[in-house]
Design a protein around this ligand. Structure first.
Ligand code: NAP
Ligand code: ZN
Ligand code: ZN
Length: 352
């Protein structure tokens, strides 16, 4: 298969800084769209992958799965896109398209395994996939999304991961008018969860460790803020929530939040991957028919539905724009929760 070289930013090992490298992209096939990347959001998963926090990172690693750009070329069979269109690519670039999950538009739960935008098995070039910290990307049109032209193209980028990861459980567990939703952690995912739950008509409460974020949370649409380290405040919301979205990226005690769920309430873990410590106590779950669940990003149709919803409601992320050369500092700041509330890379900085 023919390929061409593009500039990218990636890392050669878990401990190395990201720096400029060259990668190969395939020449677009009949079904492919080639995209000139304008902006790429910086997700905490980028950092987990670059540093091999989850194991399984293949190097060199080029992160980035909140991609917004313009179409530069289309293959002969591409019907939904043309040169110049404002488009996006999120966390998925391929799946089998034939299994039960794919047929139900749950490509993220593909029974044969989806292809991630980075660190996935590249079915075309046989290596691994490289993400959006790069000049261009070539993607099957099924996995390309239309971006409403009324939205700021930089600020819409985080919708592609932070947005869809919180939208999918909000929709699945019926967040809407009359429902009380809690969000744990005010970072990239958390701030989108607040905006989207509020946009769906739910009453939203933020759980945060950080008192300094209270006024921001209220501006983002939270009705209330509970400081999770304050036992009195935690007691004040016992039995309150129909749904809680937990975005905390590190190991933490989930048990105190179970007590804040209403009967039949559900807490959905989207942030931390791995065994919990301390373990879950089933008693408060059994005594209130409560559920602990997990959720992974969202399917392509659902992501388009979200982008359209954001277009109608004028919802985008609150971002701090950076140049690609600042990515290593941005990662350090993200670990300290020192970002309000998503870094987005201006990819024109890569070409200079
Ligand atoms: P982020 O911007 O760093 O935000 C995480 C927030 O969690 C922080 O702002 C902080 O909020 C809180 N927090 C951080 N460390 C904590 C700790 N030790 N204990 C309690 N709270 C803590 O990260 P993000 O980009 O939103 O991503 C969050 C997690 O979701 C990451 O692990 C990422 O890999 C994962 N993720 C999962 C999916 C999925 O499909 N399930 C998709 C995307 C990302 P406060 O200061 O308010 O407490
Ligand atoms: Zn992500
Ligand atoms: Zn499948």
């Amino acid at each position: 298969m023919n390929t061409y070289t593009v500039n990218a930013f990636g890392t050669a090992s878990p401990k190395a800084d990201l720096k400029q490298i060259n990668i190969q992209r395939r020449e677009p096939t009949a079904k492919d769209v080639e995209i000139d990347i304008l902006f790429c959001g910086v997700c905490h998963s980028d950092l987990h992958t670059a540093r091999n926090d989850w194991g399984g990172t293949i190097y060199p690693a080029v992160p980035g799965h909140e991609i917004v750009g313009r179409v530069t070329r289309t293959g002969a069979e591409v019907s939904r896109f043309k040169k110049g269109d404002l488009v996006a690519v999120g966390c998925l670039v391929d799946s089998c398209r034939t299994c039960d999950s794919c047929k139900q538009d749950f490509e993220q739960y593909c029974l044969t395994g989806f292809t991630g935008t980075y660190n996935g098995k590249d079915k075309h070039l046989n290596g691994h996939t490289f993400g959006g910290y790069s000049e261009k990307v070539v993607v099957d049109e099924h996995f390309v999304l239309k971006v409403p032209e009324n939205l700021d193209p930089a600020a819409v980028a985080p919708v592609l991961c932070a947005g869809i990861t919180t939208w999918s459980p909000l929709k699945h567990w019926n967040a809407g008018p009359g429902k009380k939703v809690g969000v744990i952690g005010l970072g990239g995912l958390g701030h989108m969860a607040i905006k989207l739950a509020k946009g769906l008509g739910a009453e939203v409460t933020l759980f945060s460790r950080t008192p300094g974020k209270t006024s921001d949370a209220k501006e983002l649409g939270a009705h209330d803020v509970i400081i999770s380290t304050d036992d009195q405040q935690m007691k004040s919301v016992r039995g309150k929530f129909d749904l809680i979205i937990d975005t905390v990226p590190n190991i933490h005690d989930v048990n105190p939040y179970i007590g804040t769920l209403n009967i039949s309430g559900t807490i959905v873990l989207v942030g931390y991957l791995g065994p919990l410590d301390p373990m879950l106590n089933t008693v408060p779950m059994i005594m209130g028919r409560k559920s602990v669940a997990g959720s992974l990003i969202g399917g392509i149709a659902e992501t388009q539905e979200l982008l359209d919803f954001c277009g109608e409601k004028n919802i985008v992320s609150d971002i701090e724009m950076i140049n690609i050369q600042d990515i290593n500092t941005a990662y350090e700041r993200m670990i300290k929760s020192d970002v309000r509330y998503r870094f987005v890379i201006d990819m024109s900085s890569l070409k200079n």
